[in-house]
Each structure stands twice: as C-alpha cells, then as structure tokens.
Design a protein around this ligand. Structure first.
Ligand code: SF4
Length: 374
C-alpha cells in the first residue's frame, strides 16, 4: 500500500498536532516534489500488487481534482496494482462542493474518508474545525449523490462541549445518513495544541475519561445493533466495508509513505520517515535526494509493535507468528505474563490468537503496554 501525506490545512484544529502548513504558497512545488518522490522510490514495493492508495494529511481535499488525479496517475504508472485497488481520499466537509465531487467522481478515487467529527456546531467550534454542522451533513449527502458509497466518517467523542445525549444524536444522525464505515476517537489533549493551552489557562474544562468511557461503550452497542462490525478499537464497518488500507497496516504489511513526515515500513525490521518540513522536503527532492531517516527496529520494538497493534483488533495477536519470529524465552515470558490477565478475563486466547475481550477495549493500549519488553 502507498500513503500520500498532503501537508496543508486551511486552519489549525484545536486538538491537532499533525504535520501541516496553513500557507498554500508552495502547493504547486509540493505536488511536483511528491510526484518526483514517487518516481525516485519506484523500485520499492516491487513484486507487490498495490491493494490500497491512501491520501491523508493534513487535508488532501485542499488539492484540486487535477492535482489529485496527477498524483494517482504517477503512482499507477510506476507500481503494479490490483484491479480492485482501494483509493481513499481524506476530505473535509467544507471542501466537498459539487465541482470538487464531480472531479473526484471522474477520477479513480473510490473511497472518501470525511472529517466530520460532529454534527453539532458547539463541538465543531471547540475543535476549531473549518466546517459547521449543516456542512457536515450536506457534504455526506452530496458525496452520496455523486456515487460515493464507500464512505467513512470520523467522529470524535468525549468533547467537553458534548455529553451522552449529544453523542447519541451524533450516532443516530450517522445511521440515518447510511454511512458504512466509522472511525471514532476520543478527543485527546496533545501537548502544544490550542486545546491544551485553553485547558491550562482554565478557559475550558478538559475531557473527562469517565464520560469518554460511557460514550465509547454506548457507541459499541449502538453500532452493533445497526449492523456494524467493531474490527479495531476505533473502527467500525458494515460487512464488506473494512478499510483495506488500515487493515493492511494492522496486519504489519509493507507500506510506502510519500510526502513530508510520511512513514514507510518494509514489513520486516526497517521503518523510515520523511522530514517533517515542507521547504526542506521540496528542496531535497528537487536535488534527487530522498528526504528521509531510517531506523532498524530492534527485536523488542518489533515485538512491542505486534502486541500493541494486534491487541487493538478483532483478529488479535497471532501466537503462531510470534513463535516463528521471536526466541523461545520471550514467548515463555509472555505466556507467564498473560496467564493472570487471562484468569482475570482481561485477555483471552481464541484459535491461538491472543485477544482483549471487547468489553476491555477502552483500556487496550494500557493492557498491551503491560506486556511490552523494555
Ligand atoms: S484538518 Fe486534520 S490535519 Fe488539519 S488541522 Fe484539522 S485535524 Fe489537523
């Protein structure tokens, strides 16, 4: 799979610490540099049929339809791909007007992931999103009118401007809009964000974990009652609508990341990341130098990553793969560590896969980190 990072946004959301710039001054040069990077890295992922191409960010929908299409063309020119390749574009509701949707529907993009976050203006204002509640709803309907059935929306729970009743309404609205995939995260306060600043200065209250916990478990029951499968802690899909891109990532498949700050992984022991600076990225690529750093993952890193990622999913951690990848003493230690958690019902083994029962998924990261080797 290939991930393309578009490092521009119209404005800064209050909770966000991703890499992007709000100045579009160098957008043309950036698109040209990304296409050059695709060419420079055309020998990676060879012998693989691409199953997924994913535009994330930042805000990919800040590009024009022509720019998006030109990047896709460049990828498809140099990499072999399967006929049913999933091509996802993350889009913000305020960008999904008729002209843009028409251009997308004429392009190979076949899945949209819309950054809805909430159908309530108060939440959206707190998040400093560029769209309002009516745009959130209208953008989804318009995308469907243009033939996009494979739609995902992002929804954020646990905002201090929300409560269980508002959250229920958000979920009801989602069902009424007939959306087949939902990614839903708790609002978290990252350092050096507007949100953390407001909370530190006492301007707003911080999110409460007990509220987030209630909203999370309400969502699980509600979405299951409406035909969704909960296939990763933060992801729900109707049958046939699992994200190919995310699923491949959770199964430790190889991926290539293009654009500033994008990460790549060789499926074994090497991870790399591009420089998180737009100007330096452009100038290096223009000099035919890849703007990336690389690290060899230690055995501990690989083990911890498999535990962390696997335990967040419906598939769990494949013990057979662990046994073939890691030395016996490590597996024996893990077996001892998990025993008490199995006795307490916090972990289970099903068909040789180690899993966290869904009722403990809210604590998945903490449970996984207890099993890490350091
Ligand atoms: S649109 Fe996405 S990447 Fe951009 S500031 Fe908001 S959350 Fe961050």
């Amino acid at each position: 799979m290939i991930y393309i990072h578009i490092p521009f946004c119209k404005q800064k959301c209050s909770y966000c610490n991703f890499h992007f710039s709000t100045s579009l001054q160098h957008k043309d040069q950036m698109v040209a540099a990304m296409k050059k990077e695709i060419f420079l890295r055309k020998d990676e992922l060879q012998n693989k049929n691409l199953q997924s191409l994913y535009f994330g960010g930042g805000t990919p929908s800040i590009l024009s339809g022509d720019e998006i299409k030109s990047i896709i063309d460049e990828v498809l020119k140099y990499f072999s791909f399967s006929n049913d390749i999933e091509i996802t574009l993350e889009a913000n509701p305020d960008d999904l007007d008729k002209i843009f949707l028409k251009a997308l529907s004429d392009s190979p993009v076949n899945r949209l992931s819309i950054g809805t976050q909430s159908f309530f203006d108060e939440d959206l204002r707190l998040m400093n999103r560029a769209h309002n509640a009516s745009e959130a709803e209208a953008s989804i309907k318009r995308a469907q009118d243009f033939g996009f059935e494979n739609l995902s929306i992002d929804l954020m729970y646990g905002s201090p401007t929300s409560n269980l009743e508002i959250w229920k309404e958000n979920l009801h609205k989602t069902i009424a809009l007939d959306i087949p995939h939902i990614s839903s995260y708790a609002l978290t306060v990252e350092p050096k964000t507007m949100l953390s600043d407001w909370i530190l200065k006492g301007k707003i209250a911080g999110p409460k974990e007990e509220d987030q916990n209630k909203e999370f478990y309400y969502m699980i029951d509600f979405l299951k009652d409406h035909g969704f499968e909960h296939y990763e802690v933060s992801n729900f899909a109707k049958p046939g609508f699992y994200s190919k891109h995310n699923s491949a990532y959770w199964k430790y498949r190889e991926y290539l990341g293009i654009g500033p700050s994008a990460h790549s992984y060789n499926g074994l022991d090497t991870r790399s990341w591009n420089i998180a600076n737009n100007q330096q990225y452009i100038s290096k690529i223009n000099s035919h130098i890849l703007a990336k750093e690389e690290e060899i993952l230690s055995e501990n890193d690989q083990f911890n990553e498999m535990i962390m990622i696997g335990l967040r999913t419906i598939w769990g951690v494949d013990m057979q793969i662990l046994k073939t990848k890691f030395p016996e003493h490590r597996i024996e230690k893990l077996s001892r560590q998990i025993q008490s958690k199995i006795n307490d019902g916090i972990l289970t083994i099903e068909n040789n896969h180690l899993k966290i029962p869904e009722k403990h998924w809210f604590m998945a990261d903490g449970i996984a980190s207890d099993l890490f080797v350091v």
